[in-house]
Design a protein around this ligand. Sequence first.
Ligand code: FO1
Length: 315
Amino acid sequence: MNPAPSVLALSGGVGGAKLALGLQRVLPPGELAVLVNTGDDFTHLGLRICPDLDTVLYTLAGVVHPKQGWGRDAETFGFMDELRRQGGPDWFLLGDRDLVLHVERTRRLAAGERLTRITAAFAQRFGVPTQLLPMADSEVATLLDTDAGPLEFQHYFVRLRCEPRVRSLVFAGAAQARPPEELATVLRSSALRAIIIAPSNPFLSIDPLLAVPGLRAALRAARVPVVAVSPLIGGRAVKGPTAKIMGELGLAADTASIARHYAGLIDGLVVDEADADEAGTLGLRFAVTRTLMRDDADRERVARTALQLAERLAA
Ligand code: FO1
């Protein structure tokens, strides 16, 4: 039986998975739990696809495609080649190995299994010691209202390459969603000592989590420090459309906007050296490091910086 997790991370996207790996590498096995965004999930070719769960799983298992940060390394695309030959939709790349998770997840969901249990089974088969928790077992879909009309997340993010201008976001199904009971167990445990919000896109990857009723209150009720790692470096996102979306939502792409977005939820913020001066003006406890994560040493350093800030906040 895994020891009860001492750290809970909130994660979505490639950046979140990188910090989760840093945390897994600096913590004893079994002491990390990751609450993962499922707003990016969709049904494609009749398969239920959960990109953020799979990205964290592959990253923590050490089998993620190193350059992309999503999908498998050592992948083949025989399925995609044949799909194209048949004129099927080929805008969303599905590798032959990657496909197995989508097929098995779809089969097991149809058999009535909860997404949390299916994900735990996948993690165990990959030898991943970290507890992966979807934010809900029921479907929640991030929908974007854009100047190209309403778009499901993957159509915006992949098919249209984040080009449409975003006016607003909704998380369809969030009101009916509930966090999995396994999350309450983690938050109630006396072993828990920190909650870390990964440098994921706050609007696309963290807000869906916080839209699940009762989740934000449950995080605060755990009465442990909540530390976020800023997704911006000098006003720019490391990867993805964070800065672009902030501009489209009328926000300045700066540390102050990130701090304001998480106000009331976080006790501390980890910022990049480029933003150290600004961080000092926010009235928030903060820590400074180089937050760009290019290799495992970087990922461990950012993870340690966040955990050390949480410890200082708990003292
Ligand atoms: N991202 C792309 O840019 N192009 C793709 O074809 C693509 C396929 C894909 C398949 C499985 C999977 O788990 C992720 C995939 N991603 C792809 C990444 C995904 O769209 C994003 O990483 C997340 O949804 C962003 O949080």
